[in-house]
Write a protein that binds this ligand. Structure first.
Ligand code: ADP
Length: 416
């Protein structure tokens, strides 16, 4: 009986020992496999690894796990490489941009910026200081208020400040509830320099050409007197006289436009809308009669501050255009009115209008809708460019509202 008991006990003990041994073996194996699996999940140089490098037995339960882990690790490393490359590319472009770029949060705390931004504002962050605000870098209140307004209105704003053209664009931030603003500063100094060279060149060239033109004109007039009553000679002389007059008008217009483009500071006075309009109407009276046109005037504003000669030139050009280009239509309307922020001068005709495709370019120098016809009308395509620059000098704008066949209305807005 005791012997039997000892046998049973021995068997039980052997079984327990065998179980314990295999359990320890199993744990060791699991620990080793897990270690290898973790090493695999962390491996950087994984491109040369293949399934089976860790588990030689293809049918082992771990080999499926290895396959999945290897696949995931390779995929993760590929994505990480791609995103690093994208980031490096983005950073290279960002820092290499000639435009100054800055991103700020709603408190105008600077989130990111590029090299050009630092060099434009002669600023570099100090290592010890972790955060900066826009006003630490840029003192100009116009810049700060453009950013603030862009946040308030949640819209893209444009402003010209000092030598910069600034665009501020609201963007959703990483945290979706918050808004950031991206500011892009274009440095206009180079453009302004070239623009000035061009304006000076045109002004000098037209000035220099006036002297020989005056000589040609003088001698042609002399010849005209000499040849009077001699039709053959007069027929030869007439085109010379006409072209000289045309050239001299062109030089005058170019010179005048160059002066206006130089944008010298304006001398504003309080001017009477009535007096200016009546003066200009008197100047164009002959043309009005010749083309059988009538002008109706509506004065909703009596006076405002502006440069009087500029306003005369604007109104004269717009009226002459309305008379010349309105075809058979006979009514022209001039309206002076006031909005909360501006005085508007509107010149409207009900002629053939200006087709949409020309409207963007109509204010460019020498641009004419129908080159053949307008040259016959004596236009060089400089009148509307002059209007635009006079308005810019006033800090105002000129707009065109026109439909083909439905007349044109030019609206000049003077800030008050
Ligand atoms: P221009 O000296 O040729 O009149 P502008 O700059 O004043 O030059 O005008 C440019 C062109 O715009 C004109 O040649 C004409 O084709 C067109 N234009 C201007 N005003 C009007 C108008 N009221 N109606 C139709 N076309 C117009």
């Amino acid at each position: 009986m005791i012997q039997q008991l000892i046998w049973v006990l021995s068997i039980v003990l052997i079984a327990i020992a065998a179980y314990l041994l295999s359990y320890i073996q199993f744990r060791r194996m699991i620990a080793q496999q897990t270690k290898q699996m973790i090493a695999l999940m962390k491996a950087e140089d994984i491109d040369n690894m293949k399934i089976g490098d860790i588990y030689s037995q293809a049918d082992s339960a771990f080999s499926d796990l290895e396959r999945a882990a290897l696949y995931l690790r390779k995929k993760y490393l590929r994505l990480r490489r791609q995103s690093q490359e994208e980031r490096t590319g983005y950073e290279t472009v960002f820092s290499g941009l000639k435009e100054g770029i800055v991103t700020v949060d709603q408190n105008l705390r600077i989130i990111s910026f590029n090299e050009s931004f630092m060099s434009f504002f002669n600023w570099a962050p100090i290592k010890e200081q972790s955060s900066y605000f826009l006003h630490d870098v840029i003192r100009d209140p116009q810049v700060i208020s453009t950013f603030k307004k862009s946040f308030e209105k949640n819209e893209i704003l444009k402003n010209e400040v000092d030598v910069f053209q600034l665009f501020v664009t609201p963007l959703p931030s990483r945290n979706e509830n918050e808004l950031w603003c991206l500011g892009v500063f274009y440095n206009l100094s180079e453009i302004r320099k070239t623009e000035k060279i061009r304006i000076d060149f045109v002004a000098n060239a037209s000035h220099e050409m006036r002297t020989p033109l005056t000589v040609i004109k003088g001698y042609s007039e002399l010849l005209k007197e000499k040849f009077s009553g001699r039709p053959d000679e007069m027929a030869l002389l007439e085109p010379i006289l006409q072209s000289t007059d045309q050239m001299s008008d062109l030089m005058d217009e170019l010179l005048n436009l160059s002066k206006v483009e130089m944008g010298r500071s304006l001398v504003k006075t309080r001017l009477s809308t009535n007096a200016v309009t009546e003066d200009v109407l008197r100047e164009v009276e002959n043309l009005l009669q010749l083309r059988e046109k009538k002008v109706e005037v509506d004065f909703q504003v009596a006076e405002f501050a502006a440069a009087e000669e500029a306003v005369r030139q604007i109104l004269r050009n717009l009226l002459i255009n309305a008379i010349k280009y309105s075809g058979d239509a006979s009514e022209i309307k001039v309206t002076w009115l006031k909005t909360p922020t501006h005085v508007q001068m509107r010149v409207k005709d009900n002629g053939p209008g200006i087709p949409k495709e020309h409207q963007d370019r109509i204010f460019e120098r020498f641009y004419r809708v129908d080159k053949g016809r307008t040259r016959d009308q004596g236009g060089f395509g400089l009148g509307l460019a002059l209007v635009k620059h006079h308005m810019l000098n006033h800090g105002g704008t000129v707009k065109l509202i026109s439909e083909s066949g439905a007349g044109s209305e030019f609206i000049c807005e003077f800030p008050v």
